[in-house]
Design a protein around this ligand. Structure first.
Ligand SMILES: Cc1ncc(COP(=O)(O)O)c(C=O)c1O
Length: 379
């Protein structure tokens, strides 16, 4: 028996169309886009362009040439932070962030480049908006927050945060690694200036592809300089987007797979997919709530959330629970801190963390019934 409930780490299985499309590219026209003028290269470049257009439409990014591809969300976030922040800037972030935000910010702080404020969140993982409002300084350049928590499934009020940032004339960056593809995001409505995403989770693409969506007038300096296939006569890196932030050959197979993943979501309907997964999550939540000695973290029932259940069983270590679920019953989960130590400090589960069950559109009620049964057995 294989029950995969680790979709927040990476979604699996992938839609068959994702696999077929990548295979077709690798088999039928696997050339480098934007480099040569032959028809395979042009076809690959067309696929890359269409993927930018699809992402720009998904997130309502003002212009598709401001959709920049990176290897993952971590590279996207680092590209934005290191390329944007200058000595003396102040940055505000939250206690629910992933280490892919916290670590580059702490690094910049320790190097004496930025000042950093980290805002408290409540036990359900929601950012304290009053504290946020009171944390702005005259040198605040950027606010960075997670959208959907990989630990608790909490969805931050990004629209409210975006509004506050706009009123203060401060840039707002959102880490949408867990939410992109499942929760609607509108960069213009939500006042998001920079959006970081990863392709291999709820967007159902392969690993090794992610990116940044950037509002038109934001200039991020490139960390990498090199070949772009454009302005090759120049010895310096081009300034225009997307080439500005895309040095070197792109992960075209990844981009093409991501395009198929997004197309799958659009064909199914993002709202339908979310509704089905939340029904399952709610069922899981309610069944476990009946059980003594199990603590579920994050938003209480009926609050908006991602399809994630993070829990602990009294007197048991999360790592032991996850080990038994996998070894004895074939149920794959993730135990520990999920790269988010500050989030666990917030919900009171540091240093051992929780066991996280994360669903996808391929998770069935039978999977959840079986899992509930085995959790009760362990308890
Ligand atoms: C909230 C959040 N941010 C960032 C990341 C980093 O994503 P990636 O490993 O694809 O760079 C993750 C991955 O788990 C995440 O959950």
């Amino acid at each position: 028996m294989n029950i995969y409930l680790d979709n927040s780490a990476t979604s699996w299985p992938k839609p068959i169309t994702v696999i077929e499309t990548i295979t077709s590219y690798m088999t039928d026209f696997g050339a480098s886009p934007g480099r040569s003028a032959h028809h395979f290269s042009v076809k690959a470049a067309k696929e890359v362009f269409e993927t930018r257009e699809l992402l720009a439409s998904l997130f309502n990014t003002p212009s598709s040439d401001r959709v920049v591809f990176t290897a993952n969300a971590t590279q996207a976030i680092n590209t934005a932070l290191f390329g944007l922040l200058k000595k003396g800037d102040h940055v505000i972030t939250s206690y629910m962030e992933h280490n892919s935000v916290v670590r580059p910010l702490r690094h910049l702080e320790q190097k004496g480049i930025i000042e950093l404020s980290i805002i408290d969140c409540d036990k359900e993982g929601y950012i304290n908006l009053e504290k946020l409002k009171n944390s702005f300084r005259s040198n605040t350049k950027l606010v960075v927050t997670i959208h959907g928590s990989n630990v608790t499934g909490t969805i931050q009020p990004i629209k409210q945060i975006g509004k506050i940032c706009k009123s203060k004339n401060v840039l707002y960056m959102v880490d949408a690694s867990q939410s992109a593809g499942i929760i609607p995001i509108d960069m213009q409505e939500d006042n998001i200036d920079i959006l970081a995403f990863t392709g291999h989770k709820e967007l159902y693409g392969p690993m090794g592809i992610g990116g940044l969506c950037i509002k038109n007038d934001i200039q991020i300096e490139s960390l990498m300089h090199g070949g772009t296939g454009s302005r090759s006569e120049s010895e310096t890196h081009p300034h225009f987007y997307p080439d500005r932030l895309e040095a070197g050959t792109l992960n075209t197979a990844g981009i093409i797979g991501l395009k198929a993943g997004i197309q799958y979501i659009l064909d199914q309907g993002m709202n339908n997919m979310l509704k089905k997964q939340l029904q399952l999550t709610d069922y899981f939540y309610c069944k476990l709530k009946e059980t003594n000695d199990i603590t579920i973290y994050g938003p209480t029932r009926n609050r908006e959330r991602l399809p994630i259940i993070s829990l602990n069983i009294k007197d048991k270590m999360p790592s032991d629970i996850a080990y038994t679920l996998d070894k004895e019953f074939g149920i794959m989960t993730r135990a520990g801190l999920h790269c988010s130590p500050l989030a666990h400090k917030t919900i009171g589960t540091f240093p051992h963390g929780t066991v996280r069950f994360s669903m996808s559109c391929f998770t069935t009620k039978e999977d959840i019934d079986y899992t509930i049964d085995k959790i009760k057995l362990i308890q």
